[in-house]
Design a protein around this ligand. Structure first.
Ligand code: ADP
Length: 629
C-alpha cells in the first residue's frame, strides 16, 4: 500500500435518506381529513347553537309582542259592555227614528272612539243593522250597514261578549271587533261594537330584523309586518274553516294561499326552523311561538338564520385556521424532529463507516508494518552481510594496494640497496687504497640511504596498524605528509607535479590517521591513473575551512569523470579500468571511511577540466586543548 492510497479521501455518504416527506404526507393528509370531518360534524351543531342563542335573544321580543297585543285586546274587550250601559244608546235603540237623538249619539260615539283611541264604535239594532257609528261623517260610514253575518254580532245578541277579527268589509281594514248587547230592561235591543286596528303593532315589528306573524286557529296569517303575507295560510287549513270564513266574510277568499315553507323542529330546543321556498322570502328562520288564548291567536317571531350560519361559519373558520396553524406548527416540529433523527442517523452511519474504515486501515497498516519490519530485518541482515563483504573487500583492496605498493617498494628499496652495495664496495676499495676520507664519504652515503629506507618502512608500519586505528583528532598535515611519502615513488615515476597549498598552521580534524591516509593515497593514486596519457601530470592539493568543517580537495588535470562515473564512482566494483588494473573498490571504501568520521566524500569535475575530489571532515581542536578542557 502506497502513501497515496493512504491519503485518499474518506467520503462520508449522507446515509440512507429516510424521506421525511414520505412519512409526513399521509400524516398531514390524515390530519386534514380529520379536521374536515370535525368541521363537517361541528358545523350543524355550531349553527344550531347559534340559532338557539338567537332564539333565546328574540324570545323577549316575542314576549313583548304577545303582551302588547294581549294588552290592547284586553283593554278593548271591556269597552262595548261599558258603552252599552249608556242611556242614550238604549234610547236610540228604542226610538231609532228620533232625528234629534241620532246625531247626538253619532257624535257621542265619534268622540268616544277618539278618546278611547279605537278605530270604530258603532251601534246595531237587533237585526244587525247599524244605526249609529263613530264613522257617521266619513265616506266609509258604517251607518246603514248590516253586520248580522258577523259572529261578534250573533254572539253579542245572544247575550255574550262577541269577539272577532276580520278584514272590514266597509273599511277594508283589518280589525278586531268586540261586541256587547244593549240590554233594555230584560230585552236585548241591540249591540254595541268596538273595532280596533292593530296596524301600529305591525309598524313597530317592522322596525326589527325579525318578522312577526299572528295566525288564527285556521292558520291564516292575520297580522304580520310583512304586508304580502297577510291572509296567507301557514300550515294546513281545517276543512270547516273555509266555510266559516266565507259565511262570516272574515277574509278575502282569493288571498288565502298557502305560504310554502319547510318546517323542522330544532333539536334540543323549543324552536322550529322554517325555510320559505318563495321567491321573495326564500330564506331560513328560527321560529318560536307564543299564544293569546282569548283571541285564539298564535304569535310567532321569525328570526333570520343567516347570522347564525354566518357566525357558525366564522367560528368554524377561526377554529379551522387555528387547527391549521397548530397543524403547521406540529408539522414543522415533526419535520425538525425527523430531520434531526436523519442527521443523527447519518452521523451514526458515518461514524460506523469511519470506524470500519479506521479498523480496515489499521489492519492494513499493521500488515504494512509487519512487511516493513520484515523488510527492515532483511535490510539489517543485508547490511550486515554487506559490511562483512565490505570488510573482506577492504582487506582484498588492501592486499591489492599492498601488491602495487610492494612493487613500488621493491623498486624503491632496490635502488638504495644497489647504491648501498656499490657504496660499501667503493668504501672497501677506498680503505684498501688507504683513501680513508673517500671511504668515510661513501659510508655516510650508505647511512643516508638506510635512513631513507627506514622512513619508508615507518610508513608501512602505519599502514599495517590500520585495524587498531582509532577515530579522534588528527593533524591534517601529518596525514597528507604520510600519504605523499607513500606515493612519492609513484609520483616520481609518473613525473607528476604536486602543488600543495595547504595552510602552514596546524589543523585538526576528526578521523583515523591511517584510514584517512589511505583515502588520500587512493585519491592521488586515482588521479595518477586518470592522467596516464598526460605528458605533464599535475595534482593540486588545497584546503578550505568553513563552518567548523574542513574541506581537503584533490584535483587533477585528467579527462575528469564521465556522467556514468559521476553517478556511480562510489559504488563498489564500479571501474572503468581494464581488468587486472582496477577493482572498483577504492572510492567505495574511501567513501565509507569518510562517512565513518561523520564526513563526506564528493566527486565533481573542475570547471577548468579534471576531476575534483573533496574530503569534508569535522574541524577539531588540538588534542592538548581538548585535554585542557
Ligand atoms: P578503481 O580505481 O579500481 O577503478 P575506484 O573506486 O578507485 O576503483 O575508481 C572507480 C572509477 O572512478 C575509476 O575506474 C574511474 O573511472 C573513476 N575515477 C576515479 N578517480 C578518477 C579521476 N581522478 N579521474 C577520472 N576518473 C576517475
Amino acid at each position: 500500500m502506497s502513501m497515496d492510497q493512504g491519503a485518499r479521501d474518506i467520503t462520508i455518504p449522507a446515509g440512507p435518506a429516510r424521506s421525511s416527506a414520505r412519512q409526513l404526507g399521509p400524516l398531514i393528509g390524515g390530519a386534514l381529513a380529520l379536521i374536515c370531518l370535525a368541521a363537517l360534524f361541528a358545523y350543524p351543531r355550531l349553527e344550531r347553537a347559534y340559532a338557539i342563542a338567537i332564539g333565546d335573544r328574540d324570545r323577549a321580543t316575542l314576549d313583548l309582542a304577545v303582551q302588547n297585543l294581549r294588552g290592547a285586546l284586553d283593554k278593548a274587550e271591556v269597552l262595548p259592555a261599558l258603552l252599552a250601559e249608556r242611556a242614550s244608546i238604549a234610547r236610540l235603540l228604542r226610538d231609532p227614528d228620533n232625528s234629534g237623538l241620532l246625531p247626538f249619539v253619532n257624535e257621542q260615539l265619534r268622540q268616544t272612539a277618539l278618546s278611547l283611541d279605537v278605530s270604530d264604535v258603532y251601534v246595531m239594532d237587533a237585526t244587525g243593522l247599524t244605526i249609529a257609528a263613530s264613522s257617521y261623517r266619513t265616506d266609509r260610514s258604517f251607518v246603514g250597514r248590516n253586520f248580522a253575518y258577523r259572529p261578534y254580532f250573533t254572539e253579542a245578541i245572544a247575550g255574550g261578549i262577541g269577539r272577532f277579527h276580520a278584514l272590514g268589509t266597509t273599511s277594508g281594514e283589518r280589525g278586531y271587533f268586540f261586541a256587547a248587547p244593549v240590554i233594555d230592561g230584560t230585552e236585548k235591543t241591540g249591540v254595541v261594537a268596538v273595532k280596533i286596528t292593530l296596524d301600529d303593532f305591525e309598524a313597530t315589528w317592522a322596525e326589527g330584523a325579525t318578522t312577526v306573524i299572528v295566525q288564527d286557529m285556521a292558520n291564516v296569517i292575520f297580522l304580520s309586518d310583512r304586508q304580502n303575507w297577510h291572509f296567507r295560510t301557514f300550515g294546513p287549513m281545517p276543512e270547516a274553516a273555509l266555510e266559516s270564513i266565507v259565511t262570516t266574510r272574515q277574509y278575502p277568499v282569493a288571498a288565502l294561499r298557502n305560504l310554502p315553507a319547510r318546517r323542522e323542529r330544532l333539536a334540543n330546543s323549543g324552536y322550529e326552523t322554517v325555510t320559505f321556498a318563495m321567491a321573495d322570502g326564500g330564506s331560513s328562520y328560527i321560529m318560536q311561538t307564543g299564544l293569546i288564548a282569548a283571541a285564539g291567536w298564535r304569535v310567532s317571531i321569525l328570526s333570520p338564520l343567516a347570522p347564525a350560519q354566518l357566525q357558525a361559519a366564522n367560528t368554524l373558520t377561526i377554529a379551522l385556521l387555528v387547527a391549521l396553524f397548530l397543524l403547521l406548527i406540529a408539522t414543522a416540529i415533526w419535520q425538525r424532529r425527523i430531520q434531526l433523527e436523519d442527521r443523527l442517523a447519518a452521523r451514526e452511519d458515518a461514524r460506523a463507516r469511519l470506524e470500519a474504515r479506521v479498523r480496515e486501515r489499521t489492519a492494513e497498516l499493521d500488515e504494512t508494518n509487519t512487511l516493513l519490519r520484515e523488510q527492515i530485518e532483511e535490510r539489517v541482515r543485508a547490511e550486515a552481510q554487506l559490511r562483512r563483504t565490505q570488510a573482506e573487500l577492504v582487506q582484498a583492496g588492501k592486499l591489492a594496494g599492498l601488491g602495487q605498493m610492494s612493487a613500488a617498494l621493491s623498486h624503491e628499496f632496490n635502488q638504495p640497496l644497489a647504491a648501498v652495495k656499490a657504496y660499501a664496495e667503493n668504501a672497501a676499495t677506498f680503505l684498501d687504497r688507504g683513501r680513508e676520507g673517500e671511504a668515510r664519504e661513501n659510508i655516510r652515503l650508505i647511512s643516508a640511504m638506510t635512513d631513507r629506507m627506514a622512513a619508508i618502512s615507518k610508513h608501512l608500519r602505519n599502514f599495517a596498524r590500520r585495524p587498531q586505528d582509532k577515530t579522534g583528532p588528527v593533524l591534517v598535515h601529518a596525514v597528507v605528509d604520510d600519504a605523499l611519502a607513500l606515493m612519492a615513488p609513484r609520483l616520481a615515476a609518473a613525473k607528476a607535479v604536486l602543488t600543495n597549498t595547504l595552510p602552514d598552521h596546524d589543523l585538526w580534524v576528526i578521523g583515523g590517521r591511517v584510514r584517512l591516509q589511505q583515502v588520500i593515497v587512493n585519491l592521488i593514486s586515482n588521479a595518477l591513473d586518470a592522467m596516464e596519457g598526460v605528458a605533464r601530470p599535475v595534482i593540486a592539493l588545497s584546503l578550505a575551512v568553513t563552518d567548523g568543517r574542513v574541506k581537503l580537495m584533490v584535483r587533477d588535470i585528467g579527462p575528469g569523470l564521465s556522467d556514468e562515473a559521476l553517478a556511480q564512482a562510489f559504488d563498489p566494483f564500479f571501474t572503468t579500468k581494464p581488468p587486472g588494473q582496477g577493482l572498483g573498490l577504492g572510492l567505495s571504501i574511501s567513501y565509507n571511511i569518510v562517512r565513518d568520521f561523520n564526513g563526506r566524500l564528493t566527486a565533481a569535475n573542475h570547471p577548468e577540466g579534471g576531476a575534483l575530489f573533496t574530503v569534508e571532515l569535522d574541524l577539531s581542536a588540538a588534542p592538548d586543548k581538548i585535554a585542557a578542557q
